[in-house]
Design a protein around this ligand. Structure first.
Ligand SMILES: NC(=O)c1ccc[n+]([C@@H]2O[C@H](COP(=O)([O-])OP(=O)(O)OC[C@H]3O[C@@H](n4cnc5c(N)ncnc54)[C@H](OP(=O)(O)O)[C@@H]3O)[C@@H](O)[C@H]2O)c1
Length: 327
């Protein structure tokens, strides 16, 4: 387990990257995304933050909070139903006005539904939210991430030296849950089930992030499992399910991660994990981490998929979906 002290120490080095860092928090209006954005605001010098979600009232409260926490920060809310890829493109047009994006965090998610719930774009909404939209953001913002990775001048004793810039994309879902996919129906048009939706989103995330990490070696890509964190994730569930999960949260208290700690750990995933390849299996380029910030993955399945070239297959499928939906 990486200790919280070590994590806070690493996060405090954010200042050394200088003023004007840009953080994009897709799902930043609640829970883990909000907590990570808060840590970013606390540790960075004059940062610019983009919060993306649907809840305008909640975003206004957070913006006021962030201003009080760091008066030199600027926070912008971009309202967006993220499960639609065309909306993602629209919101990215705003963010692309920035020359660089240093931290891109995805926590936009909900409890998956039992039945396939198709969006106007023909994708299952949960799969779109947890996988396709996140990859679309990355594909659109790769130039900004790459620019952020360019070397910067050292300070103080390190003056005259350079160090790599900060450029990190992190998807919060569930590394370790990778499994067998239905190869001829990756978007689960005819094979949808709760368990398939979970396995496909998780496994495709890992394969695509590793593929992207290989072709963009200066940017750090991470798939993270937050553990059990008490957030707003159950807000759309029925009353009975909400009560059952609250009861489980009480029982799970000894193992739970507070939302504030989760925020620090996800900022650490951006600041502390470099672009030089993730820990775990040989050839793994993306980082896969658990709630303790240590490596976490179903390595057997991943090694086999890696050997079979499934990363290219999944990324090719993802680009086909982008072409079909966005033209
Ligand atoms: N909490 C846990 O114990 C846990 C465990 C394992 C994995 N995870 C994963 O961690 C991620 C973050 O979860 P969390 O616990 O922080 O949940 P949360 O508090 O519910 O936050 C989810 C965020 O996603 C946004 N969002 C949801 N649906 C959206 C949509 N259709 N369009 C735009 N934004 C949308 C919400 O914003 P608006 O309300 O403004 O739309 C909110 O900011 C999720 O992917 C979840 O699956 C969480």
């Amino acid at each position: 387990m990486v200790s919280l002290d070590k994590i806070k120490q690493a996060n405090s080095t954010l200042k050394s990257y200088g003023p004007g860092l840009v953080g994009v928090f897709v799902g930043g209006t609640s829970g883990i995304g909000e907590a990570t954005a808060r840590s970013f605001v606390r540790h960075a010098v004059s940062p610019r933050i983009y919060l993306i979600g649907r809840n305008e009232a909640q975003a206004s409260k957070i913006i006021a909070d962030f201003k009080a926490l760091n008066p030199e920060s600027t926070t912008t809310f971009l309202k967006c139903e993220v499960s639609l890829l065309k909306n993602v493109d629209e919101v990215c047009t705003e963010i692309q006005k920035e020359e660089k994006v240093h931290v891109l965090l995805f926590t936009s998610g909900s409890m998956p539904s039992r039945k396939r719930d198709e969006s106007a774009e023909g994708l299952d909404k949960t799969l779109a939210l947890h996988y396709y939209a996140r990859m679309r953001f990355i594909a659109n913002l790769l130039p900004q991430l790459t620019a952020a990775a360019s070397p910067i001048e050292g300070e103080g004793e390190r003056q005259g030296e350079t160090k790599p810039g900060l450029a990190s994309a992190i998807s919060v879902l569930e590394p370790g849950g990778e499994g067998e996919m239905i190869r001829d129906d990756l978007s689960l048009k005819t094979h949808y089930s709760l368990s398939n939706a979970r396995t496909h989103a998780i496994t495709m995330t890992r394969l695509s992030l590793s593929h992207l990490a290989t072709s963009n070696p200066t940017v750090s890509f991470t798939h993270s499992f937050p553990g059990v964190v008490r957030t707003g994730i159950i807000r759309d569930m029925g009353l009975a399910v909400r009560l059952a999960i609250r009861a489980l949260w009480v029982l799970a208290r000894p193992w739970m991660v507070t939302v504030a700690e989760s925020g620090e750990r996800h900022l650490y995933a951006a600041v502390g994990l470099k672009s030089d390849g993730g820990a775990g299996t040989a050839g793994e380029k993306a980082h896969l981490v658990g709630a303790d910030s240590e490596p976490r993955g179903n390595w057997g399945v991943l090694e086999r998929y890696q050997a079979e070239g499934m990363g290219e297959v999944v990324w090719g499928h993802t680009e086909d979906v982008f072409r079909e939906v966005c033209g």
